[in-house]
Design a protein around this ligand. Sequence first.
Ligand SMILES: C[S@@+](CC[C@H](N)C(=O)[O-])C[C@H]1O[C@@H](n2cnc3c(N)ncnc32)[C@H](O)[C@@H]1O
Length: 228
Amino acid sequence: MRSVITRARSAVGLVRFAALNIGRVARTPRAFAFLRYTWVVRDPDLTSDLQRAVLWTLACEPSVSGCIVELGAWIGGTTVCLAAASRLAKAGPVYAVDTFAGADPDCQARIGHYGGSTRDLFQRNLQRAGVTASVHVLGTTTVEAARTWSTQAQSPIRLLFIDADHRYARVREDFETWIPHVAHGGVVAWHDYDDAHAGVVQAVDEAVATGVVVNPETVPGLLWAYKR
Ligand SMILES: C[S@@+](CC[C@H](N)C(=O)[O-])C[C@H]1O[C@@H](n2cnc3c(N)ncnc32)[C@H](O)[C@@H]1O
């Protein structure tokens, strides 16, 4: 019953987003192809169809050129959407950063179901979606990956999706360590910007208040803004 209500809410949100962003959706190549990819990995407790649709449009909207970086990939639900959208838009690859070991309380409670690591299932889901070749996996902590990221070797980031450790200090650290690698005009999106994740809200509000990212937009549970 709960999942029917969740799906119904998500569908209503999806239609509302499409109606309010009709110009953006019209510019998105094969906008509704995302339905095929969003259904490869069902995990409505993590990301709603609406949130995935927004990520899809952002990934298809290369206002600046460069790659996509996802911090926190879990079993690949959002990775598949980002990679498929970027490939359809003929834009750059996706770098998925994850230890595949859970870490924050939400994921830690579920990691046992996956034998302590989500990496095998993540790879299988990418394969099922046919996007393996579009995704580079960095199986390390987000901070370590930022430290070794080289803007010389890898293109600037046009979309940074932050969805790893949801504790305040970690969300803040992810923003501070990765934002220098994001291209001007590129997008930073944070998942779980909602009442259930006070640490995320505080870190995101502070990031926006710095003025380094501007013009924030939201749908329930997701906020994105543009690097100045
Ligand atoms: C909420 S899940 C990501 C969900 C995914 N973006 C989606 O919507 O399908 C969070 C992920 O972040 C990873 N994670 C947490 N802290 C991390 C860290 N410090 N470095 C790398 N990965 C981390 C966990 O292993 C987990 O897979």
